[in-house]
Design a protein around this ligand. Structure first.
Ligand code: ADP
Length: 955
């Protein structure tokens, strides 16, 4: 047989296996059931015979007379009376036979021919009470006892004073066997009820943790649990299981008294508390019965067994209340809210009524079985309702989550979209500010500037908030220098306090590890929000940032930022709402302070996401301290050391080799008494798109700085009248000067060793030596302008790759220069190949106007103006370039090529920019051969480009 056919046979066998299993199982079950019925009772073959002890009993009266009585049944007797009954034992008695008497709240003495053979009382073993709990008593007999007189004497301080229950005769084991068979069903059902209710209680407890609410079902489960306990205590053969039946019986009486409680709580919840009043009356009654009943029983005044009617009244009232309310709800239609439970209750009530009737008809009838079935039915229906409720709430929850997510997404999208036009407004306004000379218009534009920056801040807050809310915000971990983060915050802080009489202080623990791993941007955001709040809510005094740390383990630290201010502080009662979203506090005081009430909420959420903590100490009227502690992984355990020094070092390390950046939002003031120098600086700085202002003297500088805040000031040292040092001193001393804390860099023509120390000593932040080298200037600006304002030209480089190559190139940020260089070479060789058919210059005259427009906010006029600027520059550079070339001043050649590279790129003349880069590089390397062979070509291309751009700008 082939393997394939073997496999298909085995597969077929597997498909019929389930059928086979079902058939065989059915046969086995049928055999078990039918076999029990049709085959003889094997128990007869063992000595398991047991019969009811039917005898004619006589009551011995006080005067010695005897009176026939019917047993089992009720013998006339007073409470507490010792009732003596006699009868004659059967003529035939076997050794090992016993008579089993079932007592009920009675003390018993049993005599055979006057000899006391058995005595039962729990007087010495029960906790309290006057009667002995029910029990099966076994009177052992022997053959000699046949025909002797049997005296059964009993008493009870209850209505059971004369109650005789059925007795059994036979071997003791067979009597037990009989009792188990007779009352086993009730025992089983009560144990089952007990287990089911216990399971439900545990399930509800678990669900409580999942759904964070208590399910009403648990109260019903407790009701069942109490019923089950009570039923278990009523089992005929309980003495086999429990050591002290007196304790058991008393305990379960309390259970019985308690039953009404959980049931009414359950109903109250299910019926939405519509019948609260009615249920509270029952609850009060139950509490009364419980308290009074316990007192009466414990002090042996009235036995629990005698209090039963009161307990039944409570349970009965509970049943009536439930019945009444659900009947009422059936008519008014409210039952549809709990239909399944309603049906369950009707079933359960029916069983309860049956149970009570049965109890009062015949005590002997098995207690609780019918009620147990009713309760189980109710439980099943309640589980059905709970299932429906949970499914409903889960559905609603899902819908709510989806709605919330959609809302947050909408908010995130909208704020993202809104940012674009706001940026355009800010950009256009910036142009007005730069080019307009009219004072009034300038003022309007300044108002637009402050309003639109505020609007942008607000939109950014909402964007962050909605990102966090919709779970879109993910932490992006990277290695970062702590020093640069703090430096950026320092610059930002200084910018914010401008014009306010607030001094700032940054303290950094020099031992703190220098390099960390974490979400740098979000760490900065936390600091920015706290620091700007510090400035916003402080009128005068100081705002301090303290940075410290604690080791968590060998690899991690808790990075601790403490932002303290001497502002208004926060009221004690406002503290709990500090981190609420959209909540602004102390409005009467903070009316004029702009804000959204989102800043601290964002901080809290970010800190939480980073598994950190935030603490606030504040004294109203005195100030606040916000302490944030966030765990960060340590990358470099070397200590940060001197903070300023660390900043300089890591900026140098991080600086791209070829600085290609723009900072259109940064403003710079250049102070120099020499017009030419000013123009040169202007030309050098222009390509960074920074907003440049010029001052020709110290006095002019002071005047300007009082009006407008700058991000950086470049100040010539040697100036007539007020020199750079004196101007700086005055500037730093003017408490209301917007630039009191602005970074100021000295410009000097005579740099000597030790200049840095000298200028730092004067209070400058750095110095630059003249003639200004473009690279040095770029490096310095890159170091000192807040990094948030700097845009490195990576995207431009990428688009460059696209435009020149015609396909996307993957350029890594760090190797931009290298990549550009190789690309240029490739471009060139491509161009050379093409040159065989077309002119080389034509290639380099390409203008990517789309890119140029993009740099100019997609505004045609702006683009045209930029092109005009370009032409103006080129007209200046062309003769300069010629001069420089002739003098072989390669350094200056590099400066001009560098400037041309940037300017050309600004208008989208990407290919020419590339060409300029080649020339700049060659000049830097003093590659004379290259320049000499290419210069003519370069110059002509530039002339042609100038003509082309001139035409375009006029069009
Ligand atoms: P916003 O500043 O936009 O109102 P925040 O969430 O940042 O929102 O702050 C919420 C509130 O907490 C503020 O309205 C302010 O009343 C109070 N608050 C925050 N920081 C400070 C502080 N440093 N000093 C005093 N009050 C503060």
């Amino acid at each position: 047989m082939t393997t394939k056919s073997k496999r298909s046979l085995l597969d077929k066998w597997m498909t019929i296996t389930p059928v086979l299993f079902t058939v065989v199982l059915t046969l086995i079950l049928a055999f078990l059931l039918i076999g029990q019925k049709i085959y003889p009772d094997e128990r007869d073959m063992m000595a398991t015979e047991c019969q009811t002890f039917d005898a004619q009993w006589q009551k011995v009266l006080e005067n010695g007379e005897r009176m026939d009585v019917t047993v089992p049944g009720q013998v006339p007797a007073e409470w507490g009376e010792v009732v003596t009954l006699t009868t004659t034992l059967p003529d035939e008695v076997h050794n090992g036979d016993s008579i089993c008497f079932r007592t009920i709240w009675q003390d018993v003495d049993i005599y055979v021919d006057g000899e006391l053979r058995l005595n039962y009382t729990t007087k010495d073993s029960r906790p309290f009470g006057k009667n002995s709990a029910f029990r099966c008593l076994f009177l052992e007999l022997s053959e000699e006892d046949a025909g002797k007189e049997l005296t059964y004497s009993f008493s009870s301080e209850s209505k059971y004073a004369g109650t005789m229950r059925t007795a059994y005769i036979g071997q003791e084991s067979s009597i037990w066997f009989y009792l188990v068979e007779e009352f086993g069903a009730k025992a089983l059902i009560s144990v089952f009820l007990f287990l089911v209710s216990l399971f439900c209680i545990v399930a509800c407890l678990i669900l409580r943790y999942v759904y964070k609410k208590m399910l009403p079902l648990s109260y019903l489960a407790w009701t069942l649990f109490l019923c089950a306990l009570w039923m278990m205590s009523e089992i005929e053969f309980r003495q086999i299981i429990f050591r002290n039946v007196s304790v058991l019986t008393n305990g379960t009486y309390w259970c019985l008294m308690l039953i009404a409680y959980p049931m009414i709580i359950y109903m109250n919840e299910i019926q939405d508390r519509t019948y609260s009043k009615m249920y509270s009356i029952i609850s009060i009654y139950t509490t009364g019965v419980l308290a009074v009943g316990t007192f009466l029983q414990v002090f042996d005044i009235v036995q629990f067994v005698q209090q039963l009617p009161f307990v039944h009244v409570g349970i009965g009232a509970c049943i009536l209340a439930i019945l009444g309310s659900i009947t009422y709800d059936t008519f008014n239609g409210r039952i549809k809210n709990y239909l399944a439970v309603g049906i369950g209750i009707y079933g359960m009530l029916l069983s309860a009524v049956l149970e009570i009737i049965l109890y009062y008809i015949n005590v002997e009838l098995s207690l609780g079985t019918v009620l147990a079935v009713g309760l189980l039915f109710l439980l099943v229906m309640a589980i059905v309702k709970t299932g429906q409720d949970l499914m409903d709430s889960e559905k609603k929850k899902q819908q709510a989550i989806m709605a919330k997510e959609a809302q947050a997404k909408f908010l995130a999208n909208m704020s993202h979209e809104i940012r674009t036009p706001i940026n355009a407004v800010i950009g256009m306004n910036e142009m007005i500010l730069r080019e307009n000379k009219d004072e009034t218009v300038h003022e309007y534009a300044q108002n637009i500037q402050s309003a639109s920056s505020m609007l942008l801040e607000l939109v950014n807050d909402i964007l962050d908030f909605s990102k966090i809310e919709s779970g879109q915000l993910e932490l992006v971990e990277e290695t970062y220098h702590l020093a640069t983060v703090i430096q950026d915050e320092k610059l930002l802080l200084n910018a914010r306090v401008a014009g306010k009489p607030i001094s700032t202080l940054i303290e950094v623990d020099p031992q703190i590890p220098a390099k960390l791993l974490g979400d740098k941007l979000r760490v900065k955001q936390i600091l920015t929000n706290l620091l700007s709040n510090g400035v916003k809510y402080t009128k005068r005094g100081n705002v301090t940032l303290k940075v410290s740390y604690e080791w968590i383990d060998a690899e991690h630290i808790s990075l601790i930022f403490a932002v303290a201010d001497t502002g208004r502080g926060i009221k004690e009662e406002d503290m709990p709402h500090l981190f609420d979203k959209f909540k602004r506090l102390d409005l009467s005081e903070n009316q004029n302070v702009e804000g959204t009430g989102l800043g601290l909420n964002i901080v809290k959420q970010l800190v939480d996401q980073m598994q950190g903590t935030i603490k606030v100490d504040s004294e109203y009227g005195k100030g606040s301290v916000f302490t944030v502690s966030i765990p960060q992984k340590v990358v470099d355990k070397n200590a940060i050391g001197n903070f300023e020094q660390a900043v300089r070092e890591c900026r140098k390390e991080n600086q791209p080799k070829e600085t290609l950046f723009t900072a259109p939002d940064a403003s710079i003031l250049v102070v120099d008494d020499n017009r030419m120098n000013l123009n040169l600086m202007k030309a050098l700085i222009k390509r960074t798109k920074m907003q440049i202002e010029l001052a020709a003297s110290g006095a002019e500088c002071l005047e300007l700085t009082r009006r407008k805040r700058f991000d950086i000031i470049l100040m010539d040292h040697m100036m007539p009248e007020m020199d750079g040092v004196a101007t700086l001193k005055t500037l730093r001393g003017e408490s209301n000067n917007a630039n009191k804390n602005t970074v100021v860099v000295a410009l000097t023509a005579n740099a000597i060793a030790g200049s840095r120390e000298m200028y730092l000593g004067y209070g400058f932040d750095d110095y630059l030596s003249k003639p200004i080298q473009a690279d040095k200037l770029d490096e310095l600006l890159g170091n000192l302008i807040p990094s948030a304002l700097i845009k490195y030209e990576k995207t431009k480089v990428e688009s460059l790759g696209m435009d020149v190559e015609g396909k996307e190139t993957d350029l890594s940020e760090a190797d931009d220069t290298e990549e550009i260089n190789t690309q240029s070479v490739q471009t060139k060789s491509n161009a050379q190949e093409v040159a065989q058919e077309t002119s080389v210059q034509e290639e380099f005259l390409d203008i990517d106007s789309e890119l140029g427009m993009q740099y100019c906010l997609n505004m045609v006029d702006f683009y045209k103006d930029t092109m005009k600027d370009f032409c103006e520059q080129v007209r200046e550079y062309l003769p300069q370039l010629e001069n420089i070339f002739e003098q072989k001043d390669w350094k200056q050649y590099a400066v001009v090529a560098h400037a041309l590279k940037g300017n050309a790129k600004n208008i989208g003349a990407v290919a020419f920019s590339e060409l300029s880069l080649q020339h700049e590089k060659a000049a830097k390397e003093e590659n004379e051969a290259y320049i000499i062979s290419e210069y003519q070509n370069y110059k002509e291309t530039l002339q042609k480009l100038l003509e082309k751009v001139e035409k375009l700008s006029e069009a």
